[in-house]
Design a protein around this ligand. Sequence first.
Ligand code: HEC
Length: 159
Amino acid sequence: MLFFNQFCNFIPSNKKIMASFSFSSHLPVLGFFILFVLSSFSFQPQTPFNLKASMERGKAIYTAKCMTCHMEMGEGTDGYYPPLAKSDYLMAGKKKSIEVVLYGASGPMKVNGYDYDDKMEAFDLTDEQTSDVLNYVRNSFGNTGAALTPEEVKSARKK
Ligand code: HEC
């Protein structure tokens, strides 16, 4: 019998069984740790920009503040208010269009080959509201443009 006990002590698999036993007793702790790591990832503030939600908020701003001049389908009015639909001016660059909304525009302006010379007032909008309304017009009326973030509006503001 003594011989058998000593024999068992020298079987390596015996140690393995002991090792796996203590591992499984720590499994709940490990599980909580994995959950903690996963949840800290999903609560990170840097979530990807939601263009669809931004456009929806932007549509309400457009209807309230821009539609009287640029019209429901962004077609504008001949000779006075330039179109936003398929507008080369609007889609040429983000910075220019941000500036038009924040600071207004006046003086001669060429849009899609036609000359305009009227005045658009400056709009007192937050960075997010400006990005929302521009995301709406840049992705409506036949336009498709990359998402424009509030951070881009912030950096386009005149200091
Ligand atoms: C009172 C009428 C009026 C309103 C309201 C108005 N605009 Fe304008 N918008 C104009 C005029 C006029 C111009 C051209 C200015 C010029 O001739 O220099 C213009 C130009 C623009 C342009 C650049 C030209 C183009 O067609 O791409 C953009 C972009 C624009 N407006 C977006 C907006 C947005 C967004 C709003 C709402 C937040 C808005 N506008 C509200 C009258 C208006």
